[in-house]
Design a protein around this ligand. Sequence first.
Ligand code: SIN
Length: 301
Amino acid sequence: LVGSEMCIRDRASCDMGEYRHLHIRPASTAVGAFVDTIDLRTIDDAEADELRCALGEFGVVFFRDQHLSPDDHLGFANRWGDINVNRFFASTATHPEIAEVRKEPDQELNIGGGWHTDHSYDQVPALGSVLVARELPDLGGDTLFSSMYAAYDALSDGLKETLLDLRAVHSSRHVFGAAGAYRAAGADMFENQDQATQDAVHPVVIAHPISGRASLYVNRAFTIGFEGWTPQESQPLLDYLYQHAARPEFTFRFSWEPGSVAMWDNRAVHHNALNDYHGHRRLMHRITIEGGPLDAYLPAA
Ligand code: SIN
């Protein structure tokens, strides 16, 4: 799993900002890029290498007008590494690797509403996901993304110095567990609650595995405190970081269209699926790709 990411990273040494094979259009000042004139069914190695660099640079890449069957979706995802089969999401009937992110007209809660980054509760968190729009409401259902590079860069030198020495504890228990938030809200959206036993400790500021940039790695959904701090000590600083990380200038709001695909990097962005389309159906197909261990960011001396 680690090997597959390293192997692709070895192939592509990224010269950020230099794209010879892809047409890249930044989506906002801080986060995201559209990749135009590409067919994800037929990308070659040079395009794949540059896509990895673009993911490292922009944190999330967007594609319009794709025509991906579930097999095409899987074929594209397979290029990035091993697939992480999420234990909590229902999968499609035909492809266990494809998770359904579904909200029915009679449901109140959605999956992924609220700022978060996926899988931070795993010892080796997933790299990211490839999300394909299958059924969209006529209005609403956009997804917000926020840059954790920009969030870190904008902190004061004093707070950066404090955070560089900290590690944070992340957990899945309070979200996906039998006593978790979704169950408490009466929602029966996830499977295998008994497997929500993951806790992991990661540096609060990580060196991004592709770009090497400092990235703020705590999130409101899964981070439960700083290592060695009490919950009462941790929460005020975490709350400050969460509202800081969601500042509008670090974000981009992606409006889905039929044929849209987004691929994000969990180590560089937070995302938030807006829940503003009650009474309508939204169905997305998500494939998650394994990542590698996370290292603390070490600033140049
Ligand atoms: C997610 O958090 O994976 C869901 C994102 C979305 O549905 O837009």
